[in-house]
Design a protein around this ligand. Structure first.
Ligand code: SF4
Ligand code: SF4
Length: 386
């Protein structure tokens, strides 16, 4: 007698995927049109048909360990052509959002970031920490903040030393939390049994970073090409702004501390190349954010559904760029009351973006990178011969 396979569906998992945008899941009748039209599905690892049925069956562990989830760029070609109006692109997005919660360390943070009701408390933490900086630098005397004209110096209410200490400590902590979360994810990926041989780890790392850097896969999708430009601008804008911040920290803090003559005595001013770099990054992020928000607001079926994770990440990262640019403009035109309020909001948003990165959609860049490295090193994502 043949051995029977007993499936143990996770009903709560199915409910959560449906609630997170995968509500069309049950419409799928396994015709496989989606796997045929998906330009990103690989030769030996077609998706998303198989993952649709695995999700219907609630096979959570098998799905979350599947690198295909991260090889998908939610172009929604599959959803466009599905004869049953099931939306595999949205189901994949819901599965990816579930991954942030599932692999997160500490796990309560993953649950908090996935829960709308926890949002005020999540914002309250950075608001209180940054307010404590303001309180200690001002000794309770806030009068100088409420002027409508005059010079703006952010270092008075928000001293660099205090901010650096908070952000550097926090970022080190976040780095370890990300590493723990990704270790869990990597173990899951390795539970797969790849049926093909790949080029090995180092070539896979090089190929992954080349693919991410060029956004090549975004361009292979048919239905929704406008995400390519928006995502590209956001991606490089963020890298530019982050690099400018790091260089600013290097020249004004580390080099000063070392007593080097290269120390720049004031925050890097326009038209200093570092400042120009930061401004270019901020502008690119703003344009990219606006393009992506406009696309999601269009309600166009090709754009796919936007869940809570999508909106939270997009609004926070675009607001970081907006408040950062405003902080620069308001300092130049010298409106202290608006400048200080805006800078406070900017610091709170930066804190939110970076410190909650492993648990929000921001985490997708770590998970996708790792999944692509795994897929490439094991020969899972060989391009399909058409
Ligand atoms: S999602 Fe749609 S296209 Fe894909 S297998 Fe199911 S019914 Fe067919
Ligand atoms: S959304 Fe696009 S990339 Fe993802 S499975 Fe569908 S067709 Fe493929």
């Amino acid at each position: 007698m043949a051995n029977a396979t007993i499936l143990q569906p996770d009903i709560e998992f199915i409910r959560q995927i449906k609630a997170a945008g995968g509500d069309s899941l049950k419409k799928c009748y396994q015709c496989a049109t989606c796997s045929v039209v998906c330009n990103l599905a690989s030769e030996n690892h077609a998706f998303p048909r198989k993952q649709m049925v695995l999700t219907q069956w609630g096979l959570k562990d098998q799905l979350l360990a599947d690198p295909s989830l991260w090889m998908c760029h939610q172009c929604n070609d599959c959803s466009t052509y599905c004869p049953r109006e099931a939306k595999p692109g949205d189901v994949f997005a819901a599965l990816r959002s579930f991954s942030f919660k599932h692999f997160s360390f500490p796990s309560f943070m993953g649950k908090a970031l996935a829960n709308k009701a926890a949002l005020p408390a999540l914002f309250l933490v950075p608001m209180l920490i940054i307010f404590a900086v303001l309180l200690s630098s001002s000794s309770g005397n806030f009068g100088y903040l409420f002027h409508f004209t005059g010079e703006v110096d952010y270092a008075i209410p928000f001293p660099h030393g205090m901010l650096d200490a908070i952000f550097v400590t926090g970022n080190i902590l976040v780095f370890f939390f990300i590493a723990f979360s990704l270790l869990r994810f990597w173990k899951g990926l390795k539970s797969n049994d790849p049926d093909a041989k790949g080029p090995g780890f180092i070539p896979a790392v090089i190929a992954t970073f080349t693919e991410l850097g060029t956004h090549k896969k975004f361009n292979q999708c048919e239905s929704e090409k406008s995400r390519y430009l928006g995502h590209m601008l956001m991606f490089y804008g963020f890298i530019g702004a982050l690099t400018a911040t790091a260089l600013n920290f290097l020249f004004t803090t580390i080099i000063k501390w070392m007593g080097s003559p290269w120390y720049i005595p004031s925050p890097v001013e326009f038209p200093n190349p570092i400042k120009l770099f930061g401004i270019a990054g901020g502008v690119a992020m703003l344009i990219g954010g606006w393009l992506l928000i406009r696309l999601r607001m269009s309600g166009d079926d090709d754009a796919g559904k936007s869940d809570y994770h999508d909106w939270l990440f997009l609004i926070v990262i675009t607001s970081v760029a907006l408040t950062g640019m405003l902080a620069w403009i308001l300092r130049i035109i010298e409106i202290p009351i608006l400048a200080y309020f805006d800078y406070y909001a900017h610091l709170v948003l930066v804190f939110f973006l970076l410190w909650y990165a492993p648990y929000s959609k921001f985490g997708h860049m770590f998970y996708r990178t790792l999944a692509l490295i795994y897929a490439k090193s094991n020969g899972i994502d060989k391009p399909r011969k058409l």
